[in-house]
Design a protein around this ligand. Structure first.
Ligand code: ADP
Ligand code: ASP
Ligand code: MG
Length: 446
C-alpha cells in the first residue's frame, strides 16, 4: 500500500471526539508513540465527550456571536477554559495555559479579530497542549497554511513554506482547521476542515500514508446514525469517497482528497477507540469490489430546492440552458444538479443559497427565458448511491428504484452521473432516512 523506495512517514489527524478529554489524549498519545513513523500530528478542537455535550468550536462561535450582540461571555468562555484545564489536569501536565486563554478571550472581546479567529482557537489551544504532552514541536498553522485574497486556499505558497518548515522538525504538531490571509487575518476552512489540514500536511511532507483517526472503524456503507450497524468499507477510491463525502458522509471532509490525491498518498480512516481495526483505505484505483454487493456506499443530505422551468421547444432553443445558468451565476448560486426533460429543465440548488434573493431570482429567470411555467420547490433530500462496481453490473438502477418504490416512497428526481459511478435520487425530506434504509436493505440486507 505504501509508496516504494521511500522511508515511511505518516501524518496523523485526530478528530474532535478523539481529543475530547484527558482519557482520549492518553489514548491518542499511545497510538502516536506506538509507531515512530507517525511524525506529524494534526489535532482538531475538543469535541463532544458524550451525546448532548458541546464542541469547543461551537462554544467559540457562540462567544463571537455574544460579543457582537453586546452580551457578556464570562460564563461561556469559562466553560471553554474548564475544558482545556481539565485536560491538562487529567494528564498531570506541568503547563500553564492561562496566559494563552486570557489572550484569546481579550482578542475575541476586542471585536476586530473576526469569526474565524475565534473558531480557530479551539485547534490552536488543543495543539499547544498536545505538543507539550507528546514532547513534539508546535508549528502554528498561521505560519504555514496560506489563503489567497479571494479566500481560496493557496496550495502553492503553502506547499513551499510548509515543506521547508517540516524539514526543520522531526516530530511536530500542526493544529488543523485554519491558516492565514494575505492581510494577516486568520481564516478557517469550512466545518470539519481539520481533515483538509491533515491532507495538506501529508502532501507537503510527501508522506507515505495519511491516517485520519476518528470515532468509527472506517467509512461505512451508510451513515451509522441512520442504519443500524452498517458494514464498514475496506477500500474506497478517491473518486467514490469524494462523491460520498460531498453528498453527506461527513466522516471525511470532501475537500481533503485533493492534496493527497495529487501525490498518490493513501488515506486510512481509523478508529481511535479501536486502533487494531483495519479501518478504510482510500486509494486512487482498485479493481477489487464485492460482486454480490455492487455498491460501495449510500449518502445523502437534506435542504435542497428544485427550480423547474418548462418552455415549449426548449431542447431546440439554442442557448436556453446557458441563459438559465447565467442568471444563477449572477446571483452567485451554486448549481448541484441539472436533471432535464425535453421541454423541462430542473436546477437543484441548496435552499440556503436562495435566502434573501428568491423573488429577484424568480423574476430574473422569467425575464431571461420567458418560460411557460416556473416553480421553486423546497424540501428536497438528495441521496447518492455510489459504487465502482456499478459500471459492470446491469440492473443496479432498477434495483435502487424498486427498493425505494416498494417502501412507498415517491422519487421526485433522478440523475445518473455519466461516469456510471453514481445514481442520485431526490425525495421529500420526510422520506430521507427511509430511502437510505430501503436502498441499504436491498444491497446489504441479510
Ligand atoms: P471527527 O470529529 O473525528 O472529525 P466526525 O464527526 O467529523 O469525526 O466524523 C465521524 C462521524 O461521521 C461518525 O461518528 C458518524 O456518525 C458520521 N458518519 C456519517 N456518515 C458516515 C459513514 N458513511 N461512515 C462512517 N461515519 C459516518
Ligand atoms: N473543529 C472544527 C469543527 O468543528 C474543525 C474540525 O473538527 O475538523 O468543524
Ligand atoms: Mg470531522
Amino acid at each position: 500500500m505504501y509508496k516504494e523506495n521511500t522511508m515511511a512517514l505518516k501524518v496523523v489527524k485526530f478528530g474532535g471526539s478523539s481529543l475530547a478529554d484527558a482519557e482520549h489524549f492518553k489514548q491518542v498519545a499511545s497510538i502516536i508513540k506506538a509507531d515512530k513513523d507517525r511524525r506529524y500530528v494534526v489535532p482538531s478542537a475538543p469535541g463532544k465527550r458524550f451525546s448532548g455535550d458541546e464542541k469547543v468550536t461551537d462554544m467559540l462561535y457562540a462567544c463571537y456571536n455574544a460579543v457582537r450582540a453586546g452580551e457578556n461571555i464570562d460564563e461561556l468562555y469559562g466553560k471553554i477554559c474548564d475544558r482545556y484545564n481539565s485536560i491538562i489536569e487529567g494528564l498531570g501536565l506541568d503547563f500553564d495555559i492561562s496566559g494563552e486563554l486570557n489572550y484569546v478571550k481579550n482578542t475575541i472581546l476586542g471585536g476586530h479579530s473576526g469569526r474565524d479567529y475565534a473558531a480557530s482557537r479551539g485547534e490552536y489551544l488543543n495543539g499547544l497542549i498536545l505538543a507539550k504532552y507528546l514532547g513534539f514541536d508546535f508549528i502554528d498553522a498561521e505560519n504555514v497554511i496560506y489563503f489567497k485574497d479571494d479566500g481560496t486556499f493557496d496550495a502553492e505558497l503553502t506547499r513551499q513554506e510548509l515543506s521547508s518548515e517540516l524539514d526543520r522538525h522531526e516530530y511536530a504538531v500542526i493544529p488543523g482547521f485554519y491558516g492565514i490571509m494575505p492581510n494577516g487575518t486568520i481564516k478557517t476552512f469550512s466545518r470539519g476542515g481539520s481533515d483538509i489540514t491533515g491532507s495538506i500536511v501529508a502532501g507537503a511532507a510527501d508522506a507515505t500514508l495519511y491516517e485520519n483517526w476518528t470515532d468509527v472503524s472506517g467509512f461505512m456503507t451508510a451513515d451509522p446514525r441512520i442504519v443500524t450497524d452498517p458494514v464498514s468499507i475496506r477500500t474506497v477510491t478517491y473518486h467514490e469517497l469524494r462523491e460520498l463525502s460531498y453528498m453527506g458522509a461527513t466522516v471525511l471532509h470532501d475537500e481533503s482528497i485533493f492534496p493527497v490525491r495529487a501525490a498518490s498518498i493513501p488515506i486510512n480512516i481509523k478508529n481511535t477507540n479501536d486502533p487494531a481495526a483495519p479501518g478504510t483505505m482510500i486509494v486512487e484505483t482498485t479493481t477489487d469490489y464485492d460482486k454480490d454487493r455492487i455498491i460501495t456506499g449510500i449518502a445523502g443530505k437534506c435542504g435542497f430546492s428544485v427550480i423547474t422551468i418548462e418552455a415549449e421547444r426548449m431542447n431546440t432553443t439554442i442557448g436556453f440552458s446557458r441563459r438559465v445558468l447565467e442568471v444563477l451565476e449572477d446571483f452567485n448560486i451554486n448549481v448541484e444538479h441539472i436533471p432535464t426533460g425535453i421541454d423541462t429543465m430542473g436546477v437543484v440548488v441548496r435552499t440556503e443559497e436562495l435566502e434573501g434573493c428568491r423573488e429577484k431570482l424568480f423574476n430574473s429567470l422569467n425575464r431571461a427565458v420567458k418560460p411557460n411555467m416556473l416553480t421553486i420547490e423546497d424540501g428536497l433530500a438528495l441521496i447518492a448511491v455510489v459504487g465502482r462496481g456499478m459500471v459492470n453490473a446491469k440492473g443496479t438502477a432498477a434495483r435502487v428504484f424498486d427498493a425505494v418504490s416498494s417502501a412507498d416512497i415517491n422519487i421526485r428526481m433522478i440523475d445518473q452521473g455519466s461516469s456510471e459511478l453514481n445514481i442520485i435520487l431526490g425525495v421529500d425530506e420526510d422520506h430521507y432516512k427511509d430511502t437510505i434504509r430501503a436502498i441499504y436493505n436491498e444491497f446489504y440486507g441479510k
